[in-house]
Design a protein around this ligand. Structure first.
Ligand code: CTP
Ligand code: CA
Length: 226
């Protein structure tokens, strides 16, 4: 009974989820990345599918096993992820950016392995495209959900990102707390919209956090008649 109710919630909706940590290549054997495990994004993809959505999971580096019944697009860099989101954008109803996107990438990518030379080495980094911000600027009917992984002042930083990136919802997690954030199967998050707190969730499994986030997104679509 509960399952069929959950099933209807995102029925007929196209949900695009990004997950994992982007990989910014230095040379063929080295890269810059981050500690994102991809667990939250994969949990979101599974939950969205359970709730009846048509799901596309855009996945950067992760150890998670690909869910068999979900369409997965594999990417490496922030640039690749931007292209992959673009390809899904037009008929997308909900975009959730759970990926940890590198903020900077090496300016040059060496075609061959860089050899050791000298006592110091300088790598010049340039800013990557802010994927959420650029889609936030051009959104029409899409509902945009961002994540903010912070180590303190989570509410303030998250709400600033919500406004700056023109999002509908933002999920703030304080990765400094035990049981929250990278690499674990649980999370502690709060969801905000323009007018403030939507929901403050206790320590929950990432699967349950995913259901709550999608449920809030589904409610929002419905409220706005989208
Ligand atoms: N994000 C993105 N493209 C980027 C950087 C971030 O789409 N180049 C998205 C993330 O996927 C996340 C949200 O923006 O959903 C917030 O990411 P975060 O790293 O917290 O924000 P930044 O704007 O990069 O700010 P900072 O790292 O300085 O806190
Ligand atoms: Ca960042």
């Amino acid at each position: 009974e509960r399952k069929s109710e959950a099933n209807r919630k995102l029925g007929g909706k196209k949900v695009v989820i990004t997950a994992g940590g982007t990989v910014e290549r230095i040379d063929p054997v080295r890269y810059i990345s981050n500690d994102s495990s991809g667990k939250m994004g994969f949990a979101l993809a599974r939950a969205a599918k359970e709730m009846g959505a048509e799901v596309t999971l855009i996945a950067a580096r992760t150890d998670e096993a690909p869910p068999g019944d979900i369409r997965v697009v594999r990417v490496q860099s922030a640039d690749d992820m931007y292209q992959a989101v673009s390809a899904e954008w037009d008929d997308c109803d909900i975009l959730i950016k759970a990926a940890a996107v590198a903020d900077y990438r090496p300016r040059e990518r060496a075609e061959t392995k860089i050899k050791k030379a000298g006592d110091t080495m300088t790598l010049e980094l340039v800013k990557t495209v802010d994927i959420l911000e650029s889609f936030g600027q051009r959104k029409t009917s899409q509902l945009l959900v961002g994540f903010a992984a912070e180590t303190g002042n989570a509410e303030m930083y998250a709400r600033d990102k919500l406004v700056r990136k023109n999002l509908d919802l933002i999920v703030a997690n304080d990765v400094g707390q035990p049981g929250a954030g990278f690499g674990v199967d649980t999370n502690i998050v709060s969801i905000y919209d323009r007018s403030g707190l939507v929901e403050e969730l206790p320590l929950l499994s990432k699967d349950e956090v995913a259901r709550r986030i999608l449920s809030a997104a589904g409610d929002r679509l419905k409220e706005e008649g989208r």
